[in-house]
Design a protein around this ligand. Structure first.
Ligand SMILES: [Zn+2]
Length: 382
């Protein structure tokens, strides 16, 4: 594959970030510090062996992923920790050019230390407002139900989300192991969310194939899909997604970390893009996968061979697929045009610099993910 020759800064490309989980957004440094403050012992896969080696190939692998998630969640027990998480997620997004962040959270996992799901959502929304003001990244929430729990729990969360429609909550999701819990049994919850004007954004087409995506589309009226990459197995479905303009929140690093694909090169980003399917690149859970949003755009450039015109189109797709109001969309789309109209940093003969650029961005990504934490690792490991 020939490498694209221009190298406009990807962190300067305005974009929206539509698939980032609250707990999974946590900086590695933060989970270490919060655990240390409270005397919580973390497993080595979150300390010296971070990022963890994961696999979702079977239920056991998924269980291990969820167990690490539960441990990470257990360090967030105070108002200050919640505010820190949201602020840092917005700061990291700001550094990577994101201007609109839809942060996904299942409040049930935080109900007990915060006095219930409503009090918790109030707190996260207040933290989001503060973070938006401080960083310039507009932070909104997607409230997500858990597929492995009873559909009645999902209805409770949908009613909660509906109460906050227009007040910081923009969507309703469905997460956790796609192999468990039929999407259709959550249809009533999604109806409640839809009536409130919330975007339907379930996970689908990640651990299961096209049949699961069709269920999300028909049964839940999904307007976007968390992942959706396995739609590629059904040409009819791909054509439908393109025609209906359903955005896939594609998270290549997540897919590789969970073993859905052997390498980044195998994630069908190019195939879906070329078929006209709207794609919004996203990080999913940087805490567990070790990379953030910018790494996904960097992969689009260096692995999927996207030139700057197509990278700009990826950014436009993220904005169009978002719940951002018209004025924010206009501003972001204009910013993307300005980015593309700006002169590239390196001219056509700079192909030889591509390798150097990759290294530079790798280093930036490591900084963002806080990978260089040798000293703190020692401190926490006890
Ligand atoms: Zn996700």
């Amino acid at each position: 594959m020939s490498l694209p020759l221009s190298d406009r800064s990807l962190s300067a490309l305005p974009k929206a970030h539509l698939h980032l989980h609250f707990t999974g957004s946590m900086r590695h440094r933060t989970v270490l510090e919060l655990a240390d403050e409270q005397g919580i012992r973390l497993p080595e896969s979150l300390t010296v062996d971070w990022p963890p080696t994961l696999s979702a190939a079977d239920e056991k692998g998924w269980f291990r992923f969820q167990r690490l998630y539960d441990i990470a969640r257990s360090v967030v027990r105070s108002e200050a920790a919640v505010r820190r998480l949201v602020r840092e997620a917005a700061e990291d997004d700001a550094a990577e050019g994101s201007r609109w962040l839809e942060l996904q959270v299942d409040p049930s996992g935080y109900a007990s230390p915060f006095g219930g799901i409503t009090a918790f959502v109030d707190l996260v929304l207040d933290a989001a407002r503060a973070a938006s003001g401080d960083t310039g990244v507009e932070v909104r929430l997607v409230i997500a139900a858990n597929r492995t729990r009873h559909p009645l729990d999902a209805r409770t969360l949908a009613r909660l989300a509906a109460q906050y429609a227009g007040r910081g909550v923009v969507g309703f999701g469905l997460s956790n192991d796609e192999r468990r819990g039929d999407a259709l049994s959550f249809a009533k919850a999604f109806q409640i969310a839809e009536r409130a004007g919330l975007l339907a954004v379930p996970h689908g087409g990640e651990l299961r194939g096209p049949d699961s995506v069709w269920s999300c589309l028909h049964g839940l009226k999904a307007r976007r899909l968390g992942h959706g990459v396995r739609s590629v197995e059904d040409p009819q479905l791909v054509a439908h997604l393109a025609e209906a303009g359903v955005t896939l929140e594609v998270c290549p690093s997540s897919n590789v970390s969970l073993g859905l694909f052997g390498s980044l090169a195998d994630v069908p980003v190019r195939q879906l893009f070329d078929a006209g399917v709207p794609i919004s690149l996203a990080a999913d859970d940087p805490l567990l996968f070790g990379s953030r949003l910018l790494t996904q755009y960097e992969a689009a450039r260096t692995i999927y061979g996207f030139g700057d015109d197509h990278l700009a189109e990826l950014a436009r797709m993220s904005v169009r697929g978002s719940a951002a109001p018209d004025d924010v969309r206009r501003e972001l789309l204009a910013g993307i045009d300005t980015w593309l109209a700006s002169p590239p940093r390196v001219s056509a003969e700079g192909a030889a610099d591509q390798h150097g650029l990759g290294l530079q961005l790798d280093a930036e990504a490591r900084q963002h993910t806080g990978a260089d934490l040798g000293g703190e690792r020692q401190q926490v490991r006890r």
